[in-house]
Structures are given as structure tokens and as C-alpha cells.
Design a protein around this ligand. Structure first.
Ligand SMILES: Nc1ncnc2c1ncn2[C@@H]1O[C@H](COP(=O)(O)OP(=O)(O)OP(=O)(O)O)[C@@H](O)[C@H]1O
Ligand SMILES: *[C@@H]1O[C@H](CO)[C@@H](O)[C@H](O)[C@H]1NC(C)=O
Ligand SMILES: *[C@@H]1O[C@H](CO)[C@@H](O)[C@H](O)[C@H]1NC(C)=O
Ligand SMILES: *[C@@H]1O[C@H](CO)[C@@H](O)[C@H](O)[C@H]1NC(C)=O
Ligand SMILES: *[C@@H]1O[C@H](CO)[C@@H](O)[C@H](O)[C@H]1NC(C)=O
Ligand SMILES: *[C@@H]1O[C@H](CO)[C@@H](O)[C@H](O)[C@H]1NC(C)=O
Length: 471
């Protein structure tokens, strides 16, 4: 009698287990994958390891689940995305971007992998040319990475580990769908097909790794662009469709460069929403050299903590290195103030963005040249429709060109001012080439042995009596 009851009980609990497992598996595959999770047939025995793995899988699923739900709503409610940042062209580009059809598995047929772009703990990135000739970056799980290895050590379950690590890439994909900004890498599509790509793969616009050493040797204008892009990104993240987003793992290697613009590519460590708190002491920001606190709001949130964390990280990983040195003299007070305010977290991201945009405005509009004597251009003979060949160049630093002295200027008068201050300079040319700010690139020379007709160029030659007279 009691043994029958025991049997009954066992059968019942087994059935319950099967049901709950099925529910879990269904949840995993919600909108993600049509295939069965082969090994996890319900008749397997649940060792403690297995149980822990399932637990972790469930946690990862729960972490990304809300992003999927809202992203569907968002798609139907806001067919165009509500970006507030960027210039018109960027905005238009993003609107167009939203309309181009996604690259899917079928587009990956016949692709050629041409290069290795990078790898980290979790993911590998390859450069591929699709059959249509488009060049893209393909991000997939790094089977040799630290994440995968430590999972295999713990659980010895290749399939389960593949699934577990894949959740980080899934999280990244859904975040890339929700968070769209000129300074976030563009998701071109995705493929989830084990037979074709061995799991899940994100198709991204291609960039190049951020190399700080290289960036340090670039003109200030380009370094400023990187910092401005970062500030625009952090401003967006502070009020994104997912709330205030913190980048928990904030380092240069989470970003790539695309045509001079900084773009975030690694989002698997992003966290949405300011942390919850019970007291002010819960809202602590610890850095190696500085600590900060924010207030715990009446709603029990560390309000502004994510924003501050991002901003201070931007300061310590980017601004310190890229912003201060070689700042154009006229902009130095503004830049010093930015450095001071962010180093102490005295300003919100809004105010910081305003300060950056102000620097850009002053630089682009030549406002800082108001005290310049316009007459100095009269010291130069103007040869319109002429260009130069030959290498009577000299070097200056930081130059846009390795061989010569190419600097960005507001107009010819500013170029004349610069030429006057270089002992070797006997003139310069303007060819209509521009820096990203729209400022002109002037090529300074120590001589003009060969002048050739060139409709797109103007040569300015310093008059002899002035060069003889020195500065
Ligand atoms: N779109 C891209 N174009 C070119 N290179 C890229 C692109 N995306 C990522 N990379 C390179 O691949 C590397 C690994 O990518 P990612 O940072 O996403 O992987 P990860 O495993 O999360 O790295 P980490 O261990 O640093 O967190 C990056 O550091 C970057 O150099
Ligand atoms: C971008 O769109 C704005 C209006 O939204 C328009 O004024 C502007 O001309 C467009 N720019 C380009 C380059 O299409
Ligand atoms: C920051 O706080 C930690 C922990 O409270 C403390 O150990 C550390 O000394 C503080 N650092 C600075 C720079 O104040
Ligand atoms: C910021 O400015 C204040 C006052 O001008 C100064 O005392 C402080 O040292 C500066 N801090 C940094 C980090 O530059
Ligand atoms: C910051 O700027 C955004 C939009 O640019 C605005 O909605 C928000 O209210 C501002 N926040 C603060 C604290 O001023
Ligand atoms: C360059 O700009 C300055 C400041 O706006 C102005 O005074 C000067 O006349 C301009 N020079 C030329 C060649 O346009």
C-alpha cells in the first residue's frame, strides 16, 4: 500500500519535473532558436553540475528576456527610432539604416572569411566578404575563449556550455537592436543556424581596433572627435529606450574605429537601469584613485549612478590621454574646464555634452580668431588654380601627413598666421581637402619649385621682403 503510494509519488514528481523542464527549454528557445536542445532530453539524470548549469542558463535567459519583449513593442510603436543625437546626416543615415533589410543566414552562403579581426574572453570576430561583395565583421562565440574553457571545466558539457556562452552574444544582439546610435556599431543582421555557422552569429559593420598609441599621434582634432563621440554616446545611454545604461566593462578594447568615429562593439557587459538601494551608502562608485557617492532616491534607486560611472570611465580611459595635449591655444580654457569638471564628476552628462559641443562650435566657426589681423594675408601672393608638386616640404607635429606639414585651419588667414610662425615656411596651399570638422587642410611648404595648374587648389606664396624680415 505504502509502496504503491511511493511509486505514485515518484511518478508524479517525475512528471512534474518533465513539465517544468519543458517549460524551461521552451523559455530558452523563445524567439531564439527553433532547434531542439538535443542533449537535454527529459530522461537525463540531473547531477548537481547539471542542475547548476540549468540554473545559470535560466538566469541568463531571465536577464535578456525583458529586452526581447520591449523590443517587439518598440518596433510596432516607433517604426523610426527616437534618436536625439548627431548631425542631420547621421540621423538620416540611421533612418535609412533602419529600413535596409537585415542580412540573414541565406546571405552568408558563399561568403569568404578573409581576416581575423579580434577575440576576447567570450567572442571571436572575423572579417568576411559576402557574395554580394559587402564586407562585414562576423561575431561568434569564441570556442577557445576563457568563458568557454571555464564552463567546460565546471560542467563538462560542450552543448550546454555553447548555449550558456551564446547567451552573452544573444544579449549583445538584442541590445544592438534596441540601442541605436552613430557611436554604437551597426548590427547588419544575424544568423542562428548550427549547420551553417555553428551556432549564433552577429553580422556587424566592420571597424578596426582602437589603438591608443596610434591615436595619440593623431592631430588633436581627431582625438577630440573620439572623445566627442564618446560623450554623445554616453548622453544617449543615460536616457536610452532601456533607461540609463551602464557599461560595466569600460575599456578601449570594447570599442572600434569606423572612418575616424569611435563605436561601441562589446555590449555584453551593459546593464540597464540604475541599481536599487536601501541607503545612500549602497550608492558607491569605487575607482582606484577616486570614490564617489550618489544619493539613494526615495524610489530606492541610485539615481545617476550609471551616468556617473560611464562618465568617469570616459575620463580615465579616454579624456586624460586624448584631450589635453596639443589643444589649440584658443580652446585650452574650455578643454581645461571639461577636464576639471569630469575628473571631479562635477557636471552631468548633459552639461558635459554641452561643453563639448561648445568647443566644436568655437573651433568650426573660427570664433577664436576674432583678434587676428585680417591684413596678414596681404603678405602672401595668391595663385588661384595652381597646385604644387615635388617635395619641398618640412615636417611639423602633429601633422595630418607623415611626410609634410598638413594642418587644419579655419581659413587662409589662419594658415598665414601659422606660416608666419614657422621659420621654414615660405607658403602654403589649400586644395579643398577638409578635416572631419569641415575645416580646411592646409599644406605648408618650405619652397615651391614646381607649380602646376590645378583648378581645385590655391597656392599662397609668402612675399620675399616679409620672409627676409623674419616673423
Ligand atoms: N565590428 C568589429 N570590427 C572589427 N573588429 C571588431 C569588431 N567588433 C569587435 N572587434 C574586435 O574583436 C574583439 C573582441 O570582440 P568583443 O570585445 O565583442 O569580444 P569579448 O569576448 O566580449 O571581449 P572582452 O574579453 O574584451 O570582453 C574586440 O576587442 C575588437 O578588437
Ligand atoms: C536630413 O534630414 C533633415 C530633416 O530631418 C533635412 O533637413 C536634411 O536636409 C537631411 N540631410 C540630408 C543630407 O539628407
Ligand atoms: C574608496 O573606498 C574604499 C572602500 O570603502 C577604500 O578602501 C578606499 O581607500 C577608498 N579610496 C579612495 C581613493 O578614497
Ligand atoms: C579643478 O579646479 C579647481 C579650482 O580651479 C582646482 O583646485 C582643482 O585642482 C582642479 N582639479 C583638477 C582635477 O584639475
Ligand atoms: C538631459 O537632456 C535630455 C535631453 O537632451 C533631457 O530630456 C533631460 O531632462 C536632461 N536632464 C537633465 C538632468 O537636465
Ligand atoms: C578668416 O576669418 C577671419 C575671422 O572670421 C576673418 O577676419 C578673415 O577676414 C578671414 N579671412 C579670409 C581670407 O576669409
Amino acid at each position: 500500500m505504502s509502496s504503491t503510494r511511493n511509486l505514485c509519488f515518484t511518478v508524479l514528481s517525475l512528471a512534474l519535473m518533465i513539465i517544468s523542464l519543458t517549460v524551461i527549454l521552451k523559455k530558452w528557445h523563445f524567439g531564439l532558436r527553433e532547434k531542439d536542445f538535443g542533449d537535454a532530453a527529459p530522461n537525463m539524470d540531473l547531477t548537481p553540475d547539471r542542475h547548476k548549469l540549468l540554473q545559470q542558463l535560466r538566469e541568463r535567459q531571465q536577464e535578456i528576456f525583458p529586452f526581447y519583449i520591449t523590443s517587439r513593442q518598440e518596433l510596432s510603436e516607433h517604426p523610426t527610432f527616437p534618436n536625439v543625437d548627431g548631425e542631420h546626416t547621421e540621423r538620416n543615415k540611421t533612418l535609412i539604416r533602419a529600413k535596409t533589410p537585415d542580412i540573414g543566414c541565406s546571405d552568408l552562403n558563399g561568403m569568404t572569411v578573409v581576416d581575423f579581426l579580434g577575440a576576447g574572453y567570450t567572442k571571436t570576430v572575423l572579417k568576411a566578404i559576402l557574395s554580394q561583395g559587402v564586407s562585414v565583421a562576423l561575431k561568434s562565440v569564441n570556442d577557445q575563449g576563457t568563458d568557454m574553457r571555464s564552463c567546460l571545466e565546471d560542467f563538462k558539457d560542450p552543448r550546454g556550455c555553447q548555449e550558456l556562452v551564446s547567451f552573452k552574444l544573444r544579449k549583445e544582439i538584442v541590445l544592438l537592436q534596441r540601442l541605436q546610435h552613430p557611436n554604437i556599431i551597426e548590427l547588419r543582421g544575424q544568423c542562428q543556424d548550427s549547420a551553417l555557422v555553428g551556432g549564433i552569429m552577429a553580422v556587424l559593420e566592420q571597424g578596426t581596433p582602437v589603438q591608443m598609441i596610434q591615436l595619440l599621434q593623431r592631430p588633436w582634432e581627431e582625438r577630440f572627435r573620439v572623445c566627442l563621440g564618446l560623450v554623445r554616446l554616453l548622453h544617449y545611454l543615460s536616457r536610452s529606450p532601456l533607461g540609463s545604461v551602464a557599461l560595466l566593462d569600460f575599456q578601449p578594447r570594447q570599442f572600434v574605429m569606423v572612418s575616424g568615429e569611435l563605436k561601441l562593439t562589446d555590449l555584453d557587459d551593459a546593464s540597464a537601469g540604475d541599481p536599487a538601494c536601501g541607503a545612500h551608502s549602497d550608492c558607491l562608485l569605487l575607482f582606484p584613485l577616486r570614490n564617489f557617492t550618489v544619493r539613494c532616491s526615495p524610489r530606492g534607486m541610485c539615481e545617476g549612478l550609471n551616468e556617473m560611472r560611464n562618465l568617469y570611465n570616459a575620463y580615465r580611459y579616454f579624456f586624460i590621454y586624448l584631450l589635453p595635449h596639443q589643444t589649440p591655444a584658443a580652446l585650452k580654457p574650455l578643454v581645461d574646464q571639461i577636464m576639471n569638471a569630469t575628473g571631479e564628476l562635477k557636471q552631468s552628462i548633459n552639461k558635459t555634452l554641452e561643453a563639448f559641443e561648445e568647443v566644436l562650435h568655437v573651433y568650426k566657426s573660427g570664433l577664436y580668431l576674432q583678434n587676428m589681423a585680417p591684413s596678414i594675408i596681404n603678405d602672401y601672393a595668391v595663385l588661384k588654380g595652381m597646385g604644387t608638386v615635388g617635395n619641398l616640404e618640412y615636417r611639423c607635429w602633429p601633422s595630418y601627413s607623415q611626410q609634410g606639414c598638413v594642418l587644419s585651419v579655419y581659413n587662409a588667414t589662419e594658415a598665414a598666421l601659422i606660416c608666419n610662425s614657422h621659420p621654414q615656411c615660405t607658403g602654403f596651399s589649400l586644395s579643398g581637402q577638409k578635416a572631419w570638422t569641415g575645416r580646411l587642410l592646409a599644406s605648408f611648404r618650405s619652397g615651391f619649385s614646381h607649380l602646376v595648374p590645378d583648378v581645385s587648389s590655391t597656392v599662397y606664396v609668402r612675399r620675399a621682403r616679409d620672409s627676409a624680415a623674419g616673423l
